[in-house]
Structure formats: C-alpha cells, structure tokens
Design a protein around this ligand. Sequence first.
Ligand SMILES: [Zn+2]
Length: 255
Amino acid sequence: MGGPLGIGGGLIMLVLALIFGPDVISNGSDGTAGGDVGAGLSPADSAREEPMVQFVSFVLDDVQKTWAEAFQSAGQAYRPATMVLFRNGTQSGCGVGQAAMGPFYCPLDEKVYIDLGFFNELDRRFGAPGDFAQAYVMAHELGHHVQHLLGTDAKMREMQQSNPRSANELSVRLELQADCYAGVWANSAAKRDKLSTGDVEEGLGAASAVGDDRIQSQTRGGVNPESFTHGSAQQRAEWFNRGLQSGSAQACNTI
Ligand SMILES: [Zn+2]
C-alpha cells in the first residue's frame, strides 16, 4: 500500500482493543480538552466529527491523568498539554501542520495537533471511531510531551549535535520511548478495565503511519526526513509491550 497509511503486510502483533463504552465516551469529557478544539472546522464537519472529538478529548484527559499521577508519585509536577484539532492545515509553534501529515506534538507550544482527516482515514480503513488506533496515536503524542517535560528531547538534541551520525538512531529511540509511554498508559487503562486483549493488529500498523517525525525533523533541522523512521513495526510492538507489561516509565529508558 502506498500513501501515508501504507503499512507492511504480515504484521502479527499483540495489540489491544479499546472498549471504552459509549456512555463513558459521551459523559467522560466536555469536549474542550483545554481549548482550541474545533479550530478550523466547518459546522458540518464539527457535527459529523463530534463523536470523534469527544473520543479524542476523553483519551487526552485519560492519558494526562495517568501521567499526572505518575509525576506526582515521583514528586514532580505535570504540566498538561493542550490539543488542537485541524483538518486542512494549521499554524503551530513548530511551523505549518498540513493535512495528511498525521498527528504531531510541538514541544515549543506544548500542544498535540490532531489532523482529523488522518483520523477519518484511520476510521475508514481500520474501524469505528474510538478504536485503538486513535487512542494509541494520542498516547504516543502525549509520550512526546512527557519526554519534553522530563527534558529527554533536549538531551537527545544535544546528543544528536555532538554525534550527527547517530542522529537518526537517536530519533528512533525517542519514538520507541513514546511507544513505550503509550504502553504505560495502556497498562493503567487495562487495570481500570478499559482495555481488552484482542486481535486488532491494525492498531499498531496504523500508529506506524504517524507523521510527527516529519515536522520534528523540519523544526530541528539537519535531519533528512526521508531517512527518518519510528523503528520497525516489531520494535514498536516490543517497546509498547514493555510499557504495557511494566506500567512504569522507568522501563522505557531508551536514551
Ligand atoms: Zn512520535
């Protein structure tokens, strides 16, 4: 398959199906998630996408609650990221977000940018709104926020500057850590009976299409986007499972 959603065939991996009930989704969030939701959407789009907006808001809140508790346990303060939904394009602190780019996290304004067109595509190809693919993608992006709060991204940029030849490898490690952090959240969600084991391999396959590396490479400079990768599907599943099994951010040390 070509295009941004192209995934390798034959991926066999453990993924989890989200079973957030519709009642939980409709009551679990006020749909604002820190503001900016709905920016750039026409009323028709907004009405059609309301269930998706509610779902991503719910997941955003749920993931951030998990991290706020983990930070608190470690004696650190968690600063929530905000979410921006867009369809065709948007300005971000990291440059212009484009349609079909996929979701991305901008450390400069601490916002997660969600391309609803990308989510529609996930939806069309991989199932109903509120499936695992979308939640996974959000948890991965918030993993980048956690990295930012912990200073991991800054540390990685320093390492990349002092050793440009390993820049790509370091970027991969950052991506795998974000996958692991998504697993840490999944662990917490599983404990609260929000997840069930299932054969939804498309979840991680879809997650591998996330394009945040592209915009990050543009803003950081010096990295050839074509050589950028999130790691192999197998690596991603491995690191996700590491977070899932341990439920601990300490298990996610790739850098
Ligand atoms: Zn990423």
